[in-house]
Design a protein around this ligand. Sequence first.
Ligand SMILES: Nc1ncnc2c1ncn2[C@@H]1O[C@H](COP(=O)(O)OP(=O)(O)OP(=O)(O)O)[C@@H](O)[C@H]1O
Length: 328
Amino acid sequence: MSLLEVKGLRRDYGPLRAVDDVSFSLEAGSILGFIGPNGAGKSTTLRILATLDVPTSGEVLLDGHSLVDAPDRARPLIGYMPDRYGTYDDVTVFEFLDFFARAYGLKGAARRQRVESVMAFTGLTPLADRLTTALSKGMRQRVALGRTLLHDPSLLLLDEPADGLDPRARIELRELLRALADQGKAVIISSHILTELAEICDTCAIIEQGRLLATGKVADLLQQQEVGAAVTPELTVRLAVGDAGNAVWERAERVLLEQPRVTRVAREGEALRVRLELDAGAGPAQVDAAAAVLLAALVAAGLPVCAFSTRERNLEDAFMTVTKGRVA
Ligand SMILES: Nc1ncnc2c1ncn2[C@@H]1O[C@H](COP(=O)(O)OP(=O)(O)OP(=O)(O)O)[C@@H](O)[C@H]1O
């Protein structure tokens, strides 16, 4: 049996079905990305998994304990970080974590040791005596993550933890989450920042309007979406235009739009983004062949191509295909 089993979860708010027949399972040591646009039902699902809300119907088993029938048994196994978390005024990082360690019933030397080990893991030790209100968002978020780790839970539920973090803090968060998974914890992380989840997660669940549209390993999800759906790779073309101006860019756009597989050309700063449409099931070889035709056409027209690259299909493309582009 998996560490977490979610079966037919539903949550109605009056006439609104916020979560609609959601089922998935999660193994210890793995990271699941929960992707969906605003209002998709991510927070509601995570709140139910955190035992802060009860489902209208369905069942959740955590290590065999029902979250619905025996939430008290399951709670010690859960660490939950909501999308909005606060800290207290006039409290240092150490005091904040120590306060929650007391709340978890840790005592004496064991408590101090636990707080110190959580601070060391999250890189907060040098900031132990800083007021939490004086920290950057990335550091405050680490304090919040540290708080969820104090009782050494088996399942971590992190609601949009990467939201508002700068790129460096995101990379550091990713490394922390990977280390936690390596310790055997199961992690669910929700986000609408798709590309970032692709690098963090082992598996992904795409949710929209309360329903799971696709679940699976990130690599399988990408491959599945390519089978049966038209493949729409993008190319980036840069021209050594210098001061010659718009005429050259416009000529390049015209040449590209005359090519059979090109569906869209857009100028983005000093580059052209070119969208191709290939037949269902097309692979990297077909993308390369189509790209070679375009490059030859540009060069034959005497255009000064200085860079030309294809973009790999990523999780964002899979998401757009699954949701049929209804959401951004
Ligand atoms: N307590 C509530 N009462 C009524 N409706 C609610 C309640 N909580 C959530 N909803 C509605 O349920 C739907 C799902 O909301 P939820 O917060 O789970 O989405 P989400 O995917 O987490 O989105 P976001 O990224 O915006 O937080 C939304 O339509 C929301 O308005």
